[in-house]
Every structure is written in C-alpha cells, then in structure tokens.
Ligand binder design. Structure first.
Ligand code: NI
Length: 279
C-alpha cells in the first residue's frame, strides 16, 4: 500500500483539498475508479458525488466521536444515525452546510460485540497508535498501525469482513458514489449498461439494484478491486480494497429530495468488500 501524502494538521483544509486527498488515496487503491470515472466523463457527463463513505472502529482515538470534529471543521453537520445490528455497526451521515458538497457516510464497528479473540486483535492495533490523527487529515491517514498477520486477518474476516477491511486499510475513503440524478441520462439502466460495457463486476447481494423509488433511494455498487498487501512476516496476499457506488434519490411526500440513507440498502452494499464476494 502506498503511503498517503499527509498535510499539515495545523492548517485548515478546504473541502476541495479534502476530497482531492481522498480521491488520490482512493484511486491508488482502486484502479476501477478512474476507469469508471473516465467512462462517464467521456459520455458527456459532469460527475457529481452523492456521498463518500468511511469505516472505522469505535475505539479512541479513531472512533466516530473522536474524528467527528474533523468533519465539523469542514462545514459538515451530523444529519442522521443508523444501526446495523447483525453487522455490529453504527453509522452517521453528514451533510455540508452549503449542501454543495457530497454527503458523508461514516460507520464504525462496535468492537465490544465481537469475540474476545477478535477484540484482542483489534485492540492490539488501535491501542498503540503512535501518532493519533487530528482534524480532517485523519480521514486519509491510511493504516495507523503496523501490519497484522495473515492469520489474524483471516480470523477477523471470518467473524467480520468489515473488521478485516479496516484492520488493513485504516482510515481512507471506502467508496465514492456518483449521483445518478446529475447524469445526462438519470436512469440506472444507463449506468448498468455503461458498467457492463467495460465488464465491471457488480455487487449482487439481494439483487444488483438496492432499494426502490418508494424508499426514495436506489443504489448499486461494484465489487471492490483487489490490492496486494504485505502482512507481518512478509507474507503477501491480494485482498479487497475499495469500490464505486451509484445513487439515485427521489423526492419525499413534501417534494424534497431525500437526504438520508436506507439501512436495508447499505446492509447489502457493505458486502462489496467481502473476501468471498467474487465466488
Ligand atoms: Ni455508499
């Protein structure tokens, strides 16, 4: 994994810089992202991001509550919370005060609900973070701890694919999401047709399309790319990195475009980074 460029935490970052750093890190881990981005640009679209998502553990110094000030500093406000009981996750979505920046979706794993073995592995990583990340720069800080062993990665992934992903990737954009509403052809059929034309593998959990117009949010997601990771002891393995998502929003009964997220959709989209998702 490449080390991300770090910016001076003392300086206030603009939203533009924030998303630039995130995009840099994201595309370095996700070759499909630039291919997909280019595909839609070349078809005459302006790309607008619906949201960008992050994952973390609910342990200081990287829990949502510890890192949230970095989002507030960028002009974001907490909008809505979500719970994913069976995946042992909690999440918050954030909207920018200007409404001109992408929404953010930030989830965290409830570590205390995992087995004692998994808890121990995760605490070993998080308890000794030498330089806790501060401010907005935390969100592209990458992995803040030494690499874990392949054995520990496998035991985490058996219990929680999410835990294994965060243990390797750390803090970075888990996915960017293109707003389908802003495409020149705002139908999911158009999106899926374009993706099929360059043979992109889609997340099919519960069907390719997640949600219905009645739920006010329809989404689809690619399967994550793979990147080679060096585990402790020098063992190298290819594991899922990040994926791309598409979202189409509908108006609510008051005629306002829906701003939240739909847990049932997100619940299946989380599987885009599963180790076994291609099989
Ligand atoms: Ni998403």
């Amino acid at each position: 994994m490449g080390s991300y460029q770090r910016c001076n935490v003392g300086e206030k970052m603009s939203c533009e810089e924030f998303f630039q750093y995130l995009w840099q890190g994201y595309t370095s881990l996700t070759p499909q992202a630039e291919k997909i981005h280019k595909l839609f640009i070349e078809d005459g679209n302006d790309i607008v991001n619906d949201h960008v998502a992050f994952r973390t553990f609910n342990l200081p110094p990287i829990s949502i509550s510890c890192l949230e000030p970095g989002l507030i500093a960028l002009g974001y406000q907490a909008y809505q919370s979500y719970t994913f009981k069976e995946k042992k996750l909690k999440a918050w979505s954030y909207n920018h005060e200007s409404m001109l920046q992408p929404r953010l979706f930030f989830s965290e794993l409830l570590v205390e609900e995992l087995s004692s073995n998994a808890q121990q592995i995760i605490h070993q990583l998080v308890d000794d973070i030498p330089l806790p990340p501060k401010g907005s720069a935390a969100f592209h800080a990458g992995r803040l701890w030494p690499s874990l062993s392949w054995k520990n990665y496998q035991s985490l992934s058996q219990e929680s694919e999410y835990a294994a992903w965060v243990a390797v990737m750390g803090l970075c954009a888990n996915h960017f999401t293109i707003s389908v509403n802003e495409l020149k052809n705002d139908s999911m059929d158009y999106v899926l047709g374009k993706l099929a034309s360059i043979n992109i593998n889609m997340n099919k959990q519960g069907g390719v399309l997640k949600g219905t117009p009645d739920s006010m949010l329809v989404q689809c997601a690619t399967l994550a790319d793979e990147c080679e990771v060096c585990f402790s002891g020098g063992e190298k393995h290819r594991i899922p990195s990040c994926y791309y998502e598409f979202a189409k929003r509908y108006k609510d009964v008051n005629g306002q475009v829906y701003q939240g997220f739909v847990p049932a959709n997100a619940n299946t989209i989380f599987h885009s980074t599963d180790l076994q998702s291609k099989k």
